[in-house]
Design a protein around this ligand. Structure first.
Ligand code: FRU
Length: 825
C-alpha cells in the first residue's frame, strides 16, 4: 500500500535564467507538472508515493523519469509514448515572482494516457489518489483520469483534486467548467485558488463560495489558497472554517507553491491515518499552517521540484514564527517535550550551579528515531524548562547514544584547569569497519561553561569491548567512601561495573544479572544509587535496569529494579534471582535514570523517564514532535511486609502549577449515580481517597466530549489498580496500544489513595503514597473535559476528593514566581 498515487502531467518547465552574452533570454530546464510536484513533496517528506502518466520517448521523458526515481517516487505507472513528445511549458516570471505559461503540447505525451495504460493494482493499493484538470483537457487522458479516479474511490482511497485551471490549455472554457465539476463530484479534498473558486461558483466571497462547493459536491475539505496571504479552509459538515495566515518569505519564483502547499496538507493527513473525520477542530490551524510553510518555502528558490524543502526546514519556519506550544492538541503542558522533532531517553542529568540539566536522545531532523544527538534543556525548579541548542552531535566515532553526566568537583579528569566542570560519558555508536555489526564504545565530553558548549575528548573512545555488541548507556557516579568513580554499563543480558580515578581510564570491577530479574528484552540504561529506608539511617542500594521491546510481549519496553548492596566493586541482589520488581506498571515509562549531584541539603534522588514505549514510539500520532518525559519523581525506599521496595512521587515543586482547586468529601457513588465534574481544562491533578470496603469496582473516567474515555479503575476483589486505555481515542497506530493493564495495590485501612496527573495526552497515577505508579500516554479524540466516578455495580464512598486545574508551562504568564504568589494568597 502506498500513501499517495497521483495521475496526470509531468513535464518540463523552462524557467527564465537571465540573459546570454548576446543579450538573449536564457531558460533553465526544470522538472514540473502539478501532480508530479505533489508526489515529490510527499516523497521528500518521507511518504511512499507513485505516479501514473505519460512522457515522450525522448531525452526529456528520460530526464523526468530519472528525477521522479531519484526523489523516491514509484514510476511503474509512468509510460513512454512514441507518437508524441514530452510536454514542455515555458514560464514567464513577472517582477514579483508571479508567472504565466506557454505550453508546447500539440499533442504532448501526457494527453495520450489511456485507461489501458494503467495497472489496476496501482489504483487498488493507495491511501490517497490525487488528480488535476490538466489531464482532462483532451481525450484519451481525460477519460483515463476520471476512470482511474472512480476506481480508486471505489477501492476506498481518499480523493484529492486540484482544478488547476490553465485557460491556455482548453479549447473551450465551458468545457473546462464541466470537467472540473466532474472532478469535484469525486473529490474528498479540493485545493482551489480564489480565481478558480470564482470561475466555478461565480462568487468572490470565500465563505460563501466554499460553502457552495461543499453543499453542491459533498467535498469534505476545501482549501482556498490565497498565495502569500495563506489559506481559507472549510471542513466538517456544518459551517466550520478557518482562515490561516501565510508566512513572510523572500519570494523568487512561485512555481509549484500550490502543489507544495497541497503536498504539505496531504502529509499531515497521512500522519493522521488519512482520516479527515479524526482531525480535531483545533488541529486545522496547525495542519494548514504546516502546509502554508511548505508552500512558502518553495517560492524562495527557482523551479518547483528543486525548491521542495525538507521536513526540518518546514518545521523551522513554522517554529520561527513562534508556534504556540500551548495550542498543540497532544502537546503535554507540564511535562518536558522537545519543541520539535524526536526525543527518547533522558541523558546526562546533572544539577550544577542552580540548574537541573536534562539532556536527551534527540533526532533534530525528524520525528522518528535516527542518528542520535543529545538535545538539552535546563530548569531551575524541575517544572519550567528552557530548551538549549543541541549539546552533542555525531562525529567520526558515530552517533551519540545514551549516557550520563557528573560534576567533576575535584578536577580528577584534569580537564578543568584546577577548577570544576561537567563531564558526560556516553556511548558512541557506529559499525565495525567493513561489516554491518554494530559497534558501541564509551566516550567522554566535557563542558567548562555550565553545559552551554561541550567538547568531545580527543582520546575518545575511552572504553571498548570487542566481544560484546550491546555495550552501552554508561551511568557514572562518585563513590565517596572509596574516592573513586563507578560506571554501571548495560551489556546485553547483564550489567558491568567499572572503576576509575580520572573518568578517562576505566577498570572492570564485576558483573551482575545474567540470571536475575526479567530478561525478555535487551538490558539497557542502568542506574545505581543508595537510599535510606523509610528515612532512617539504614540504607540499601537500588539498581535500575530498563528492558527493550520484545515483539512477543505486548507490554513492550519496561523498567525493572533490584534492591541490594554495593561495596564499590560488586552489586549483590538481596531478593531471589527470579524476583521481578517493576519501576512503573504503566506502558510509558522507559529508560528512567536519576540526577547526579543534587546537593546534600536537598538530599532527594530524583528520577525522570521517557514517556513512551519502543513498541510504538515511532508511530504515536503527534505531528511536529514526538516524545515527552515523565514528571520528575522523588524515589524513596520503604519496608513492606518484610521487603524493601521503591516508592515514587512527583517532586513537590509541581504543586506550584495548581490554578483552581475544588474539594469534596463523603461522596457516595453507584453505577447509576456517578460523580460528574465538568471542566474546560485538560490539565488536572486529582487526589482521591476511596473507601473500597463494599468490595465494588470503582472507575475514574477521564472523558472527552467525543468518544474517548480513559478509565483508572480499582477492583477490590483482585486488589488490582488498572488503567484501561482501550477507548482512550486514537489507538490504531499499534495493535498493542489499546489495552488494560495494572498492578496489585493492597488497601490501607479499607481505602486506597490515588494521585493522578492528567496532562492532555498523558496520565500518571500514583497509589498509596507512590507504592505503585502507572504512566500511560493517551490520544483523546477531543480534549478531556469531564471526570466521572462511579462503580461497576454496587456502591463506593469517596472519603475525599480534590481536583486542581493546572497552569501550562508553555503560557508565558505562568512563570513559577507568579504561580507561587497566587498559591500563597
Ligand atoms: C534505550 C536505548 C539505549 C540507547 C538509546 C539509543 O531506549 O535503546 O540503549 O543508548 O536508546 O537512542
Amino acid at each position: 500500500m502506498v500513501d499517495i498515487t497521483a495521475i496526470g502531467e509531468v513535464l518540463i518547465d523552462f524557467t527564465p535564467a537571465g540573459m546570454s552574452e548576446k543579450g538573449e533570454q536564457l531558460f533553465e530546464c526544470n522538472p514540473g507538472g502539478a501532480p508530479a510536484n505533489v508526489v515529490v513533496v510527499l516523497s521528500k517528506l518521507g511518504k511512499s508515493t507513485a505516479f501514473i502518466g505519460k512522457v515522450g520517448e525522448d531525452q526529456f521523458g528520460e530526464y523526468l523519469t530519472q528525477i521522479l526515481l531519484e526523489n523516491g517516487v514509484n514510476t511503474k505507472g509512468l509510460v513512454k509514448e512514441s507518437h508524441a513528445n514530452t510536454t514542455l511549458a515555458f514560464v514567464h516570471l513577472k517582477e514579483d515572482g508571479d508567472r504565466s505559461f506557454s505550453f508546447y503540447r500539440n499533442p504532448g505525451a501526457d494527453m495520450l494516457l489511456e485507461i489501458d495504460d494503467i495497472d489496476p493494482e496501482q489504483i487498488k493499493d493507495t491511501k490517497i489518489f490525487h488528480f488535476g484538470s490538466v489531464s482532462m483537457t483532451h481525450e484519451p487522458s481525460a477519460s483515463a483520469t476520471l476512470k482511474a479516479c472512480i476506481q480508486a474511490k471505489e477501492n476506498g482511497a481518499l480523493i484529492s483534486f486540484d482544478p488547476n485551471l490553465r485557460p491556455a490549455l482548453w479549447e473551450d472554457l465551458e468545457q473546462a467548467k464541466i470537467k472540473i465539476k466532474e472532478g469535484l463530484v469525486l473529490a474528498d479534498i479540493v485545493k482551489i485558488s480564489e480565481e478558480e473558486l470564482q470561475f466555478i461558483t461565480g462568487l468572490t466571497d470565500l465563505e460563501e463560495g466554499s460553502r457552495q462547493i461543499q453543499t453542491q459536491f459533498k467535498v469534505k475539505v476545501i482549501l482556498v489558497t490565497k498565495a502569500e496571504k495563506g489559506c481559507f479552509v472549510r471542513f466538517g459538515s456544518g459551517s466550520k472554517w478557518a482562515d490561516v495566515p501565510g508566512f513572510k518569505v523572500h519570494t523568487v519564483d512561485t512555481t509549484g507553491a500550490g502543489d507544495a502547499f497541497l503536498g504539505g496538507f496531504l502529509y499531515q493527513l497521512i500522519e493522521r491515518g488519512c482520516s479527515i473525520e479524526r482531525i480535531r477542530d483545533e488541529d486545522w490551524i496547525p495542519i494548514v499552517s504546516f502546509a502554508n510553510a511548505v508552500g512558502a518555502l518553495v517560492t524562495t528558490r527557482k523551479g518547483a521540484i528543486p525548491a521542495i524543502p525538507t521536513y526540518q526546514q518546514v518545521i523551522k519556519l513554522v517554529q520561527s514564527t513562534g508556534v504556540d506550544l500551548s495550542k498543540e492538541s497532544y502537546r503535554p503542558q507540564f511535562h518536558y517535550s522537545p519543541p520539535a522533532m524526536w526525543m527518547n531517553d533522558p541523558n546526562g542529568m546533572v544539577y550544577f550551579e542552580g540548574e537541573y540539566h536534562l539532556l536527551y536522545q534527540h533526532h533534530p531532523e525528524s520525528t522518528i528515531w535516527g542518528p542520535m544527538h543529545w538535545g538539552h534543556a535546563v530548569s531551575k525548579d524541575l517544572v519550567n524548562w528552557e530548551t538549549l541548542p543541541v549539546a552533542l552531535s555525531p562525529d567520526h566515532n558515530g552517533a551519540i547514544f545514551s549516557g550520563s553526566a557528573v560534576v567533576d568537583w575535584k578536577n580528577t579528569s584534569g580537564l578543568f584547569d584546577g577548577g570544576s566542570g561537567l563531564v558526560a560519558i556516553f556511548t558512541h555508536a557506529d559499525i565495525y569497519p567493513d561489516s554491518d555489526r554494530p559497534r558501541q564504545r564509551q566516550s567522554l565530553a566535557y563542558s567548562k561553561d555550565k553545559g552551554r558548549s561541550w567538547t568531545l575528548y580527543s582520546g575518545n573512545p575511552i572504553l571498548s569491548d570487542i566481544e560484546i555488541t550491546d555495550f552501552r548507556d554508561p551511568k557514572i557516579f562518585w563513590m565517596e567512601e572509596d574516592g573513586v568513580w563507578v560506571m554501571a554499563l548495560a551489556c546485553g543480558d547483564h550489567i558491568r561495573f567499572y572503576r576509575s580515578a580520572n573518568l578517562k581510564d576505566w577498570d572492570f570491577a564485576s558483573e551482575f544479572g545474567k540470571s536475575d530479574g526479567s530478561h525478555y528484552g535487551v538490558w539497557e540504561c542502568p542506574d545505581l544509587f543508595e537510599l535510606p529506608i523509610d528515612g532512617s539511617n539504614q540504607k540499601k542500594w537500588v539498581l535500575i535496569v530498563s528492558i527493550g521491546d520484545n515483539p512477543d510481549y505486548p507490554e513492550g519496553s519496561k523498567t525493572q529494579y533490584f534492591i541490594g548492596s554495593f561495596d564499590g566493586w560488586k552489586f549483590v541482589n538481596e531478593n531471589t534471582p527470579d524476583t521481578v520488581l517493576w519501576l512503573d506498571e504503566g506502558r510509558d515509562n522507559y529508560a528512567a535514570v536519576s540526577w547526579s549531584d543534587i546537593p546534600e541539603e536537598d538530599g532527594r534522588r530524583v528520577i525522570i523517564g521517557w514517556m513512551s514505549n519502543w513498541k510504538y514510539a515511532n508511530y504515536t500520532p503527534t505531528s511536529s514532535w514526538r516524545g515527552a518525559m515523565t514528571l520528575p519523581r522523588v524515589l524513596s525506599l520503604t519496608n513492606r511486609n518484610g521487603s524493601v521496595v521503591l516508592t515514587q512521587m512527583p517532586v513537590q515543586e509541581i504543586e506550584k502549577l495548581r490554578k483552581e482547586s475544588i474539594s469534596w468529601s463523603d461522596v457516595a457513588v453507584t453505577q447509576e449515580s456517578p460523580f460528574i465534574h465538568k471542566t474546560n481544562d485538560d490539565l488536572l491533578e486529582i487526589e482521591i481517597d476511596i473507601d473500597i470496603r463494599s468490595g465494588d469496582e470503582v472507575h475514574i473516567k477521564l472523558r472527552s466530549s467525543g468518544q474517548s474515555e480513559t478509565i483508572i479503575g480499582y477492583d477490590p476483589e483482585r486488589e488490582w489498580l488498572f488503567i484501561d486505555r482501550s477507548k482512550s481515542g486514537l489507538t490504531d497506530f499499534n495493535s498493542s496500544f489499546a489495552c488494560k493493564h495494572g498492578a496489585r495495590v493492597v488497601p490501607e485501612n479499607g481505602s486506597i489513595k490515588l494521585r493522578i496527573w492528567l496532562d492532555r495526552s498523558v496520565v500518571e497515577v500514583f497509589a498509596n503514597e507512590g507504592l505503585v505508579a502507572l504512566t500511560d500516554q493517551i490520544f483523546p479524540d477531543k480534549p478531556i473535559d469531564n471526570v466521572w466516578i462511579n462503580t461497576e455495580t454496587g456502591r463506593a464512598e469517596l472519603n475525599s476528593l480534590h481536583i486542581h486545574t493546572l497552569h501550562s508551562i508553555h503560557m508565558p504568564e505562568c512563570n513559577t514566581e507568579q504561580i507561587a504568589r497566587r498559591v500563597n494568597v
